[in-house]
Design a protein around this ligand. Structure first.
Ligand SMILES: [Zn+2]
Length: 319
């Protein structure tokens, strides 16, 4: 009896305890359902809000929006990465686009286009008078290539316009990617350095469009500048280049580093002679005297308060 009583007494609190636990479980379950509902509503609201707010931010990637920034790439394609397709819709959607005459295959035709060309006089860039102490050192060919020169530019945060051969761009894409990442302006120097005045119209177009396709494949853009090999040009070449949207960029100072007997001191002296803001200096990436000349020239330009910039920066500062 006493045992049973004790057992009952012992059971009762247990029964009451189970009842309380069941009640607590029901409350907990109710809270869980409520929390799931609240979380669901919160996620739904977040997704709706994100859907609304993400739409206005998308155009910020367009060149129009980017052009407000001083660091924007003026030649970037509308999506910032790939060249625009050669369609009427793309043309209509790209304000200020200059159509060019397609000459090669569809890929080349799509690549050879200026999404957002700078407003400069066609066919030639010369006689620039920038507001700042700017000069452009233009580095040509790309074969051979001396990365020590690129190191020197990187160390100073300076950039330049480089007129590369399409054949070099295709064979050394990593170098071109590095140039692009550094902010160099990569421009057209034809495919294989033929003298354009000796080629047919179709051959001139082919030299330029093949090279541009190779450049655009890596950079996703194109500079509106072309330098004919050896500076060899005439009215016909100018007309063809102009029809493809190119400004021909020659030079008013030269290292003369293609001469086998040139010394670094002579090359640097050639560049520094009567130097003034707006000068466009010609040299080459990997001639024997070029690196030594840069070791003299770049510190001297710094000492005189000059900054080395791209051709488009020189043009923009000269307006
Ligand atoms: Zn050249």
């Amino acid at each position: 009896m006493e045992d049973r009583h004790e057992r009952e007494n012992a059971r009762r609190p247990a029964t009451r305890g189970r009842g309380r636990r069941r009640g607590a479980r029901r409350i907990a379950a109710a809270w869980a359902v409520l929390l799931v509902l609240v979380a669901g509503v919160a996620i739904g609201v977040f997704l709706v809000v994100r859907g609304i707010t993400s739409k206005p931010t998308t155009p910020a990637k367009t060149p129009t929006a980017k052009s407000a920034s001083s660091t924007a790439d003026p030649y970037a394609a509308p999506d910032g990465t790939t060249p625009p397709v050669d369609t009427a819709a793309a043309e209509a959607s790209t304000a200020g686009a200059v159509a060019v005459v397609p000459t090669g295959n569809a890929a080349a035709a799509a690549a050879v286009r200026f999404p957002n060309p700078p407003a400069i006089a066609p066919h030639s860039v010369s006689g620039l008078h920038p507001k700042h102490k700017y000069v452009a050192i233009t580095l040509d060919d790309g074969v051979p290539f001396d990365t020590r020169i690129l190191d020197m530019f990187e160390a100073r945060g300076w950039t330049a316009t480089t007129f590369l051969l399409g054949s070099m761009v295709t064979s050394q894409p990593k170098l071109v990617e590095r140039l692009k990442a550094d902010g160099f302006e990569i421009a057209n120097h034809t495919w294989d350095h033929k003298t354009l005045t000796k080629l047919s119209d179709a051959q001139v177009r082919d030299e330029l469009s093949r090279t541009q396709a190779a450049i655009s494949k890596i950079t996703g853009n194109q500079a509106p500048y072309m330098r004919p090999p050896g500076g060899g040009t005439n009215a016909r070449v100018k007309s063809i280049a102009g029809s493809m949207g190119y400004n021909i960029v020659l030079w008013n100072k030269s290292f003369a580093d293609t001469s086998g007997s040139a010394t670094p001191q002579q090359c640097a002296a050639n560049a520094l002679k009567n130097l003034q803001p707006g000068d466009i200096i010609l040299c080459h990436w990997g001639r024997p005297a070029t690196y030594g000349a840069m070791q003299i020239l770049l510190p001297e330009l710094e000492r005189r308060g000059y900054r080395v910039v791209t051709v488009s920066e020189l043009v923009a500062d000269s307006k």
